[in-house]
Structure formats: C-alpha cells, structure tokens
Ligand binder design. Sequence first.
Ligand code: FAD
Length: 297
Amino acid sequence: MTVSATEAPAPAVPFEFFELQVVRKQRIGASMVRLTFGGAQLGRLVSGGKDQRFKLFLPHPGQQAPVVPTASDNWFSEWRAMDPGVRALMRTYTVRALRRTPQYPADELDVDFALHEGPVPGGGPASQWALNASLGDPVTLLAPVVEDNGGVDFRPPPATDWVLLSGDETALPAIASILESLPAGTPARVFLEVPHPEDRQPLLTSADAEITWLVREGEERHRTEAAVAAVRETSLPSGTPYAWIAGEAGTVKALRRHLVRERGVDRRAVKFTGYWRLGISEEQLLAEATANAPAAA
Ligand SMILES: Cc1cc2nc3c(=O)[nH]c(=O)nc-3n(C[C@H](O)[C@H](O)[C@H](O)COP(=O)(O)OP(=O)(O)OC[C@H]3O[C@@H](n4cnc5c(N)ncnc54)[C@H](O)[C@@H]3O)c2cc1C
C-alpha cells in the first residue's frame, strides 16, 4: 500500500496575525480542554490539516488582550525586542479542526490543550490559561493563509508502505488529525501515551490503524517513557516505514534512536519534534534555541 503524499519541501509562505475569541469550552478528557475560537478574521485562516502548527499569543494576567507585534513580517525580531513583562506569552499549538459555515463569520477553530501535571503545580501559563478561559476571552494567533505551508511536518514520501505515529497528550491533537487524513487502508501503528484512562478518545480514520493507548498512572504521571518501551516490544510490519514522533523531547529522542539504530529505519524517514521538555518552559527553550542563532525565528 502506498501513501499518497508529496515529497516536495514545504514552501516558506506567509503567516498572518488573527485576533480571535473563545466561543466554546469543553472538557474532552481528564487532562484535556478543547477551546473553540471564532471571530470575523477567521475566514482568512487556512489549515494544511494533519499536524498544522501555529503560534498562540496570550495576555498576561491583568491585561485586556495579548500585546503582539504590529506586522507579520519581521514579527519575531519585533516580539523579542518588546518588554517580556508586557509582550504576549507565546506558545505553539496544533489546529485540531477548522470548520467553515455558510453563516460566515461563524467559522470555528478547535484547539485541544493538555492540562499538564508536570513539576509546576497547575501547569505552565498556557495550560493554566486554557483551564481558566471564559467565553469571549481574546487571543492572537500567528497562523497560515495558504494550505501548503511550512507549519505541516507530516510529509511521508510516496514510496512509504506503512506509518508509525507516536506521541503523548500534547501530540494527540496532531495524531488525531493525521489519522483522519490518511488514505483508506494505509497500514498504521499508533502509540498514544496519556496520563489518565479518561484521556483516551475515539479516533476517526479509514487507515488500517492499530492503536495502542498507554496510560500513565501514579506518582510519575508527568513522565512519558512508556511509548519507547511499547515500541521496543512490538514487531513492526515489513516494507518501507515513515515515522512521525512528537511529545516530550527526551522521549522523542529516545524513540528516534531506537527506530534508527535498533530497527534500521532510514533516519530521513523519521520526523521527530520535541513538543515540550521536562522541567523547562517554552521561554527557556526559545532562549536556548536563539542564543547561538539570534536571527533564527
Ligand atoms: C509544533 C507543536 C505543537 C504543539 N501542539 C500542542 C497541542 O495541540 N496541544 C497541547 O496541549 N500542547 C501542544 N504543544 C505543546 C505545548 O506547546 C507545550 O506543552 C507548552 O510548553 C505548554 O505551555 P505552558 O505555558 O503550559 O508550559 P511552559 O511554561 O512552557 O512550561 C512550564 C513547565 O511545564 C512543563 N510542561 C510543559 N508541557 C507539559 C506537559 N504537556 N506535561 C507536563 N509538563 C509540561 C515544562 O517542562 C515546564 O517545567 C505543541 C508544541 C509544539 C512544538
């Protein structure tokens, strides 16, 4: 079975700022909140589906709205030059669903927020913001305006025979969307690690997907190592694989190492992304990433 997808690299394309509001809030799991955003500007936002990422800008407590750069070109330099106590908190999230309605501007965008139980009580600022969000709360997104954009990483080459997907609760929205997009009959092995049994959710797909839920329990609920152990114990299908791995950075690295070194998977066929790192906030990660490459956005 061949997966139909393009091998061409994603083009660098425009992303624009969108001012949106919370229009619905729904608890979809023990540690997951779905916020639905709406607003007149949503009509221009386009999703490439699959693991479409975007930047989310949140206000600090006491601010009416997030303070963001004025233009979308050169926004990163502008944002970095702003006072960290004033400029909006910036985080990365995934488009879970984008719904168009005939009653424009009633389009809706779903984003699923993991309410993490890490070392920081109550989670980091984005997790806490989502937990406490009320209808009407304002946010700003930096998101794509064309479908084929650099914020989609899931790009299996045409010769792919089967797909491996692995991630924790932060990657669940992306994996759920990728599964929805897979061509019918695509063989897929899926490993999903979540904190609670109630975080398991129905996943729609016409792929031939074998889904393994790994539920963490007890004191070490924030640690995400079960996926590595589960994949290690699994016998994988024959043929050419394409692996997509996301979640806690240490887990992602360990799983990639296992696939490449012990399973002989071509390293170019493993797309791996650290979505968060244990004990380190996104500000700290960004400071680390930009320390040696100040111009990189
Ligand atoms: C491309 C991409 C897409 C993403 N999509 C989603 C998404 O759709 N839904 C989603 O929930 N997350 C998603 N994430 C992950 C999310 O951006 C991080 O979890 C982020 O750190 C949350 O911000 P925060 O302010 O809550 O925590 P931070 O202030 O960044 O971190 C505070 C502390 O919490 C810890 N921490 C962060 N995340 C977790 C966690 N999940 N569990 C336990 N401890 C944690 C950190 O290690 C740190 O110690 C995505 C990340 C990337 C890079």
